[in-house]
Design a protein around this ligand. Structure first.
Ligand code: UDP
Ligand code: MG
Length: 311
Protein backbone atom coordinates (compact mmCIF):
# COMPACT_ATOMS: atom_id res chain seq x y z
CA UNK A 1 0.00 0.00 0.00
CA UNK A 2 2.80 2.34 0.80
CA UNK A 3 4.28 1.82 -2.67
CA UNK A 4 1.77 4.01 -4.39
CA UNK A 5 2.24 7.02 -2.10
CA UNK A 6 2.98 9.93 -4.36
CA UNK A 7 3.86 12.71 -1.92
CA UNK A 8 5.59 12.70 1.45
CA UNK A 9 5.29 15.88 3.48
CA UNK A 10 8.16 16.24 5.97
CA UNK A 11 7.45 18.50 8.93
CA UNK A 12 10.07 19.21 11.62
CA UNK A 13 8.34 20.16 14.86
CA UNK A 14 9.84 21.72 17.94
CA UNK A 15 7.42 23.10 20.53
CA UNK A 16 4.64 23.55 17.99
CA UNK A 17 1.75 22.30 20.14
CA UNK A 18 -0.37 25.42 19.69
CA UNK A 19 -0.17 25.63 15.95
CA UNK A 20 -0.10 22.03 14.81
CA UNK A 21 -3.86 21.54 14.47
CA UNK A 22 -4.25 24.66 12.30
CA UNK A 23 -1.32 23.55 10.18
CA UNK A 24 -2.75 20.07 9.73
CA UNK A 25 -6.15 21.41 8.70
CA UNK A 26 -4.66 23.64 6.03
CA UNK A 27 -2.27 21.00 4.77
CA UNK A 28 -5.09 18.49 4.41
CA UNK A 29 -7.21 20.95 2.45
CA UNK A 30 -4.36 21.61 0.06
CA UNK A 31 -3.35 17.99 -0.39
CA UNK A 32 -6.96 16.93 -0.99
CA UNK A 33 -6.98 18.97 -4.20
CA UNK A 34 -4.08 16.94 -5.64
CA UNK A 35 -6.13 13.75 -5.70
CA UNK A 36 -2.98 11.75 -4.97
CA UNK A 37 -2.11 9.38 -2.16
CA UNK A 38 0.16 11.09 0.31
CA UNK A 39 1.73 10.78 3.73
CA UNK A 40 2.82 13.21 6.41
CA UNK A 41 6.03 12.61 8.34
CA UNK A 42 6.15 14.65 11.51
CA UNK A 43 9.45 14.70 13.34
CA UNK A 44 9.05 15.64 16.99
CA UNK A 45 12.44 17.16 17.73
CA UNK A 46 12.45 16.76 21.51
CA UNK A 47 9.68 19.26 22.13
CA UNK A 48 9.21 20.27 25.74
CA UNK A 49 5.51 20.96 25.32
CA UNK A 50 2.47 18.97 24.25
CA UNK A 51 3.57 18.61 20.61
CA UNK A 52 3.74 14.80 20.71
CA UNK A 53 0.31 14.43 22.29
CA UNK A 54 -1.18 16.77 19.71
CA UNK A 55 0.54 14.90 16.90
CA UNK A 56 -0.84 11.63 18.21
CA UNK A 57 -4.30 13.13 18.21
CA UNK A 58 -4.15 14.03 14.51
CA UNK A 59 -6.17 11.77 12.34
CA UNK A 60 -7.20 11.47 8.76
CA UNK A 61 -8.72 9.09 6.30
CA UNK A 62 -6.85 10.63 3.45
CA UNK A 63 -3.23 9.97 4.28
CA UNK A 64 -0.66 8.02 6.22
CA UNK A 65 0.73 9.76 9.25
CA UNK A 66 4.12 8.79 10.58
CA UNK A 67 5.54 10.40 13.69
CA UNK A 68 9.27 10.13 14.30
CA UNK A 69 9.88 10.96 17.95
CA UNK A 70 13.42 12.02 18.87
CA UNK A 71 14.94 11.18 22.25
CA UNK A 72 15.87 14.86 22.69
CA UNK A 73 16.23 18.06 20.66
CA UNK A 74 18.71 17.43 17.86
CA UNK A 75 17.99 20.59 15.87
CA UNK A 76 16.10 21.35 12.71
CA UNK A 77 18.77 19.98 10.38
CA UNK A 78 18.66 16.58 12.12
CA UNK A 79 14.85 16.64 12.13
CA UNK A 80 14.74 17.21 8.38
CA UNK A 81 17.28 14.44 7.88
CA UNK A 82 15.14 12.01 9.87
CA UNK A 83 12.11 13.05 7.85
CA UNK A 84 13.91 12.41 4.58
CA UNK A 85 15.15 9.04 5.84
CA UNK A 86 11.50 7.99 6.22
CA UNK A 87 10.20 9.22 2.88
CA UNK A 88 8.22 6.64 0.91
CA UNK A 89 6.62 8.88 -1.70
CA UNK A 90 7.79 9.64 -5.24
CA UNK A 91 8.40 13.24 -4.24
CA UNK A 92 8.75 14.89 -0.88
CA UNK A 93 8.03 18.36 0.41
CA UNK A 94 9.77 19.83 3.45
CA UNK A 95 7.70 22.46 5.20
CA UNK A 96 7.76 24.28 8.57
CA UNK A 97 5.02 23.50 11.05
CA UNK A 98 4.41 27.12 12.01
CA UNK A 99 2.46 28.07 8.85
CA UNK A 100 5.14 30.54 7.84
CA UNK A 101 5.41 28.46 4.69
CA UNK A 102 1.98 28.60 3.01
CA UNK A 103 0.88 25.02 2.20
CA UNK A 104 -0.90 26.34 -0.93
CA UNK A 105 2.52 26.86 -2.54
CA UNK A 106 2.92 23.07 -2.53
CA UNK A 107 0.49 22.90 -5.45
CA UNK A 108 2.74 25.09 -7.58
CA UNK A 109 5.71 22.95 -6.62
CA UNK A 110 3.87 19.79 -7.59
CA UNK A 111 2.99 21.27 -10.95
CA UNK A 112 6.63 22.08 -11.71
CA UNK A 113 7.65 18.61 -10.55
CA UNK A 114 5.11 17.02 -12.88
CA UNK A 115 6.64 19.14 -15.65
CA UNK A 116 10.04 17.60 -15.02
CA UNK A 117 11.76 19.55 -12.25
CA UNK A 118 13.63 17.39 -9.74
CA UNK A 119 13.94 20.10 -7.10
CA UNK A 120 11.51 22.98 -6.62
CA UNK A 121 12.75 25.65 -4.26
CA UNK A 122 10.52 27.94 -2.29
CA UNK A 123 11.98 31.42 -2.49
CA UNK A 124 10.85 34.14 -0.14
CA UNK A 125 9.46 37.15 -1.96
CA UNK A 126 10.26 39.50 0.86
CA UNK A 127 11.97 39.34 4.20
CA UNK A 128 9.43 41.62 5.87
CA UNK A 129 8.94 39.28 8.79
CA UNK A 130 12.64 39.54 9.70
CA UNK A 131 14.26 42.23 11.81
CA UNK A 132 16.54 44.73 10.05
CA UNK A 133 19.59 43.20 11.69
CA UNK A 134 18.63 39.69 10.63
CA UNK A 135 18.06 40.90 7.07
CA UNK A 136 21.46 42.56 7.03
CA UNK A 137 23.23 39.46 8.34
CA UNK A 138 21.54 37.07 5.95
CA UNK A 139 22.31 39.34 3.04
CA UNK A 140 26.02 39.43 3.99
CA UNK A 141 25.98 35.70 4.46
CA UNK A 142 24.61 35.03 0.98
CA UNK A 143 27.17 37.43 -0.56
CA UNK A 144 29.95 35.56 1.17
CA UNK A 145 28.50 32.19 0.24
CA UNK A 146 28.19 33.22 -3.40
CA UNK A 147 31.90 33.99 -3.54
CA UNK A 148 33.40 31.28 -1.36
CA UNK A 149 31.29 28.13 -1.28
CA UNK A 150 32.08 24.98 -3.29
CA UNK A 151 28.55 25.29 -4.70
CA UNK A 152 26.63 28.56 -4.55
CA UNK A 153 23.49 28.46 -2.43
CA UNK A 154 20.50 30.30 -3.85
CA UNK A 155 19.50 33.48 -2.06
CA UNK A 156 16.41 33.71 0.17
CA UNK A 157 15.77 30.01 -0.17
CA UNK A 158 15.15 28.05 3.00
CA UNK A 159 14.16 24.50 3.70
CA UNK A 160 10.71 24.83 2.10
CA UNK A 161 11.09 22.79 -1.06
CA UNK A 162 9.96 19.83 -3.09
CA UNK A 163 12.41 17.09 -3.95
CA UNK A 164 12.08 14.13 -6.24
CA UNK A 165 12.78 10.74 -4.65
CA UNK A 166 16.09 10.65 -6.59
CA UNK A 167 17.22 13.76 -4.77
CA UNK A 168 16.19 12.31 -1.42
CA UNK A 169 18.17 9.15 -2.13
CA UNK A 170 21.19 11.27 -3.03
CA UNK A 171 20.87 13.25 0.20
CA UNK A 172 20.65 10.05 2.20
CA UNK A 173 24.16 9.20 1.11
CA UNK A 174 25.52 12.35 2.68
CA UNK A 175 25.90 11.31 6.30
CA UNK A 176 28.12 14.06 7.63
CA UNK A 177 27.36 14.84 11.21
CA UNK A 178 27.32 18.59 11.08
CA UNK A 179 24.63 19.20 8.62
CA UNK A 180 24.10 22.50 6.94
CA UNK A 181 21.07 21.45 4.95
CA UNK A 182 20.93 24.53 2.71
CA UNK A 183 24.43 23.71 1.55
CA UNK A 184 23.82 19.97 1.23
CA UNK A 185 20.67 20.54 -0.80
CA UNK A 186 22.66 22.67 -3.24
CA UNK A 187 25.58 20.27 -3.19
CA UNK A 188 23.64 17.30 -4.56
CA UNK A 189 22.56 19.32 -7.61
CA UNK A 190 19.70 18.16 -9.92
CA UNK A 191 17.36 20.08 -12.22
CA UNK A 192 16.01 22.94 -10.17
CA UNK A 193 13.08 25.33 -10.47
CA UNK A 194 12.01 28.12 -8.18
CA UNK A 195 8.61 29.25 -6.94
CA UNK A 196 8.14 32.39 -4.92
CA UNK A 197 6.07 32.58 -1.79
CA UNK A 198 5.19 35.20 0.78
CA UNK A 199 6.43 34.37 4.28
CA UNK A 200 3.64 34.64 6.81
CA UNK A 201 4.07 35.87 10.37
CA UNK A 202 4.33 33.15 12.97
CA UNK A 203 0.85 32.79 14.44
CA UNK A 204 1.67 30.59 17.40
CA UNK A 205 4.79 30.12 19.50
CA UNK A 206 8.12 31.78 18.86
CA UNK A 207 10.99 31.28 16.46
CA UNK A 208 13.76 29.20 17.97
CA UNK A 209 16.39 31.04 15.98
CA UNK A 210 17.70 34.16 17.71
CA UNK A 211 20.56 36.19 16.33
CA UNK A 212 23.19 34.26 18.27
CA UNK A 213 21.90 30.93 16.98
CA UNK A 214 21.81 32.34 13.46
CA UNK A 215 25.41 33.57 13.73
CA UNK A 216 26.53 30.11 14.79
CA UNK A 217 24.45 28.65 12.00
CA UNK A 218 26.30 30.90 9.54
CA UNK A 219 29.70 29.86 10.94
CA UNK A 220 28.63 26.21 10.57
CA UNK A 221 27.66 26.87 6.99
CA UNK A 222 30.92 28.58 6.18
CA UNK A 223 33.14 25.96 7.78
CA UNK A 224 31.13 23.16 6.15
CA UNK A 225 31.36 24.47 2.65
CA UNK A 226 34.61 26.35 2.27
CA UNK A 227 38.15 26.31 3.56
CA UNK A 228 38.68 29.92 2.47
CA UNK A 229 39.08 31.16 6.08
CA UNK A 230 42.11 28.88 6.45
CA UNK A 231 43.64 30.25 3.29
CA UNK A 232 42.89 33.80 4.39
CA UNK A 233 45.31 33.31 7.27
CA UNK A 234 48.06 32.41 4.87
CA UNK A 235 47.59 35.78 3.19
CA UNK A 236 47.26 37.70 6.44
CA UNK A 237 50.44 36.04 7.73
CA UNK A 238 52.35 36.76 4.53
CA UNK A 239 51.29 40.41 4.52
CA UNK A 240 52.27 40.92 8.14
CA UNK A 241 55.63 39.19 7.59
CA UNK A 242 56.34 41.41 4.61
CA UNK A 243 55.47 44.56 6.57
CA UNK A 244 57.64 43.36 9.46
CA UNK A 245 60.54 42.75 7.08
CA UNK A 246 60.24 46.23 5.57
CA UNK A 247 59.96 47.76 9.01
CA UNK A 248 63.05 45.83 10.14
CA UNK A 249 64.98 47.13 7.15
CA UNK A 250 63.87 50.66 7.97
CA UNK A 251 65.14 50.32 11.54
CA UNK A 252 68.52 48.97 10.43
CA UNK A 253 68.94 51.73 7.85
CA UNK A 254 67.98 54.53 10.25
CA UNK A 255 70.19 53.04 12.98
CA UNK A 256 73.20 53.03 10.59
CA UNK A 257 72.50 56.48 9.16
CA UNK A 258 71.47 58.33 12.33
CA UNK A 259 72.77 56.19 15.19
CA UNK A 260 70.66 54.16 17.58
CA UNK A 261 68.62 56.25 19.99
CA UNK A 262 66.66 53.28 21.55
CA UNK A 263 63.34 54.99 20.96
CA UNK A 264 61.42 51.89 19.92
CA UNK A 265 59.68 50.75 23.10
CA UNK A 266 56.07 51.92 22.40
CA UNK A 267 56.11 50.71 18.82
CA UNK A 268 57.56 47.40 19.98
CA UNK A 269 54.78 46.93 22.51
CA UNK A 270 52.10 47.85 19.98
CA UNK A 271 53.52 45.52 17.35
CA UNK A 272 53.88 42.61 19.74
CA UNK A 273 50.31 42.80 20.97
CA UNK A 274 49.01 43.28 17.44
CA UNK A 275 50.81 40.23 16.15
CA UNK A 276 49.82 38.28 19.26
CA UNK A 277 46.17 39.08 18.56
CA UNK A 278 46.43 38.16 14.91
CA UNK A 279 48.00 34.82 15.84
CA UNK A 280 45.22 34.05 18.29
CA UNK A 281 42.54 34.71 15.67
CA UNK A 282 44.42 32.45 13.29
CA UNK A 283 44.54 29.70 15.91
CA UNK A 284 40.83 30.24 16.52
CA UNK A 285 40.04 29.65 12.86
CA UNK A 286 42.22 26.54 12.84
CA UNK A 287 40.49 25.39 16.01
CA UNK A 288 37.09 25.76 14.39
CA UNK A 289 38.05 23.38 11.60
CA UNK A 290 39.82 20.95 13.93
CA UNK A 291 36.73 20.94 16.15
CA UNK A 292 34.67 19.92 13.16
CA UNK A 293 37.08 17.13 12.26
CA UNK A 294 36.91 15.97 15.88
CA UNK A 295 33.12 15.85 15.89
CA UNK A 296 33.01 14.16 12.51
CA UNK A 297 35.65 11.60 13.52
CA UNK A 298 33.52 10.36 16.41
CA UNK A 299 30.99 9.23 13.85
CA UNK A 300 27.99 9.56 16.12
CA UNK A 301 24.54 9.10 14.64
CA UNK A 302 22.84 12.29 13.45
CA UNK A 303 19.78 11.72 15.62
CA UNK A 304 18.35 9.15 18.02
CA UNK A 305 14.77 7.99 17.63
CA UNK A 306 12.69 6.99 20.64
CA UNK A 307 9.72 5.78 18.63
CA UNK A 308 8.29 5.68 15.17
CA UNK A 309 4.52 5.81 15.29
CA UNK A 310 2.56 4.85 12.19
CA UNK A 311 -1.07 5.75 12.08
N1 UDP B 1 12.49 23.28 14.45
C1 UDP B 1 12.95 21.98 14.78
N2 UDP B 1 13.99 21.87 15.68
C2 UDP B 1 14.58 22.96 16.26
C3 UDP B 1 14.11 24.25 15.89
C4 UDP B 1 13.06 24.36 14.99
O1 UDP B 1 12.45 20.99 14.29
O2 UDP B 1 15.49 22.77 17.07
C5 UDP B 1 11.37 23.41 13.49
C6 UDP B 1 10.19 24.25 13.97
O3 UDP B 1 9.26 23.48 14.69
C7 UDP B 1 9.60 24.77 12.68
C8 UDP B 1 10.85 24.92 11.78
O4 UDP B 1 11.84 24.07 12.35
O5 UDP B 1 8.71 23.85 12.08
C9 UDP B 1 11.32 26.36 11.69
O6 UDP B 1 11.62 26.83 12.99
P1 UDP B 1 11.39 28.34 13.42
O7 UDP B 1 10.03 28.79 13.01
O8 UDP B 1 11.71 28.39 14.89
O9 UDP B 1 12.51 29.11 12.61
P2 UDP B 1 12.37 30.39 11.66
O10 UDP B 1 11.05 30.28 10.95
O11 UDP B 1 12.45 31.55 12.54
O12 UDP B 1 13.55 30.27 10.74
MG1 MG C 1 9.21 29.87 11.57
Amino acid sequence: MTEDIEFSIVVPCYNEADGIAAFWARLQDVMATTGSRWEAIFVNDGSGDETLTRLNALSTEAAHIRIVDFSRNFGKEAAITAGLDNVRGKACIVIDADLQHPPETILLMIKLWRDGAEVVLGKRKTRDTDSALRKWFSSRFYDLAARLFEVPIPKDVGDFRLMDRKVVEALKQVRENQRFMKGLFAWVGFRTQVVEFEVAEREFGTSSFNLWRLMNFAVDGITSFTTAPLRLWFYVGSTISLCALLYGLYIVVTAIAFGNSVAGYPSLAALLSFIGGVQLIGIGVLGEYIGRIYKEAKYRPIYIVRDIIDK
